[in-house]
Write a protein that binds this ligand. Structure first.
Ligand code: KG4
Ligand code: ZN
Length: 329
């Protein structure tokens, strides 16, 4: 018998739904919330309201795209943690109501585990064990994956996430939110060695990005707006270069420590063209097998929730109707 799962993701500012059959993603529908742009960041209250408006049409679209009916579902999955509590609540409550109405099992998924397993949505997925550098707006982790449900965080940020480093430095440069994709675009036309910013010395496999933000701030305070404007491409390229250096140095260290040579990246920042190139170049240089999820599965999406839920379904890992979301992991 085949296994058909509907998955819902609502942890931050994207309302998303996906249908997968036997681990194959048939639809991956995302409604981006543009309401936050004018505030320079996600406004939690507005995000919850937008989820409430989006959830029914998004689930409907994902089902239609997949060619499946509600009656064909074997389970309903949702993102349980971490995220904005009001945003999570909308997805959790919707999934619970649907499971109750259809009398189908419920599967709770951890958002960060799902980012890692997005790598399995691939024509030739990585073999286990693999290492995954998960870099998003809220997290920066190196994860050792021994099987789909056996993941261990072996390094993480002690302050800002890599995505925050992109967004906060972009803000200092006067760029609109979220700055990451724009820094990426400008960096492609700039000189990464034009300016030098502080790289932290953090023990083990952990990361820190708050020093970079301060280093960029102090540098910019000494410059005129005209200088910043005239050098925006080089500034973006240099900031991006520093972030990638910080990430890749720790990833190399993790490879040395674990001996694992299947290396993945995941999360919103894995959409960054400079990071993707750096991973491929280091892969060639050091003999790693490298993997990057297709673009649409890098930033927040429900396809990654669906694939994770599929493995949980196979393991019989279900939750109950009294499940509740959690803002923290
Ligand atoms: O995984 P994600 O969509 O949401 C979270 O779970 O946080 O990641 C969003 C983060 C934002 O900080 C955004 O600026 C960053 O990913 N991002 C990028 C790029 N695309 C998205 N950062 C750098 N370059 C990009 N191309
Ligand atoms: Zn995410």
């Amino acid at each position: 018998m085949s296994v058909t799962i509907l998955a819902i993701e609502s942890s931050c500012d994207e309302t998303a739904a996906s249908v997968c059959v036997d681990g194959k993603i048939l639809s991956n529908y995302i409604a981006n919330q543009t309401v936050h742009e004018k505030y320079g960041g996600v406004v939690p209250e507005l995000a919850s309201r937008a989820h409430l408006q989006n959830i029914v049409p998004v689930v409907d679209a994902a089902l239609k795209q997949s060619g499946h009916l509600l009656s064909q579902l074997n389970a309903i999955a949702f993102t349980q943690a971490p995220g904005l509590i009001g945003s999570l609540l909308v997805g959790v409550q919707f999934a619970k109501s649907l499971a109750l109405a259809l009398d189908k099992p419920l599967i709770a998924v951890h958002h960060m585990q799902a980012h890692v397993l997005a790598n399995l949505i691939n024509e030739s997925p990585p073999a286990f064990p693999f290492l995954c550098l998960t870099v998003s707006g809220g997290h920066t982790q190196i994860v050792l994956a021994k099987s789909p449900l056996d993941l261990t965080v072996i390094g993480e940020t002690i302050d800002d996430a890599a995505g925050e480093a992109f967004d906060k430095t972009a803000k200092l440069l006067g760029l609109p939110y979220p700055g990451g994709p724009l820094v990426d675009k400008y960096a492609q036309q700039g000189n990464p060695l034009a300016f030098k910013f502080a790289e932290p010395q953090i023990p083990e496999l952990n990361f820190s990005f708050s020093g970079l933000k301060t280093s960029v701030l102090y540098f910019l305070q000494k410059q005129t707006p005209e200088f910043i404007q005239a050098n925006i491409l080089d500034l973006c390229a240099s900031v991006q270069y520093t972030i990638i250096q910080i990430l890749m140095k720790k990833l190399k260290k993790a490879v040395q420590q674990t001996g694992v040579r299947n290396i993945c990246i995941a999360g919103g920042v894995s959409a960054n063209s400079g990071l993707r190139k750096a991973l491929q170049e280091d892969g060639k240089k050091y003999g790693w097998n490298t993997f990057i999820p297709p673009f649409e599965y890098c930033t927040d999406n429900a396809g990654m929730i669906a694939i994770t839920a599929y493995y949980k379904y196979l393991a019989g890992d279900f939750t109950t109707l009294d499940a509740s979301p959690s803002a923290r992991a």
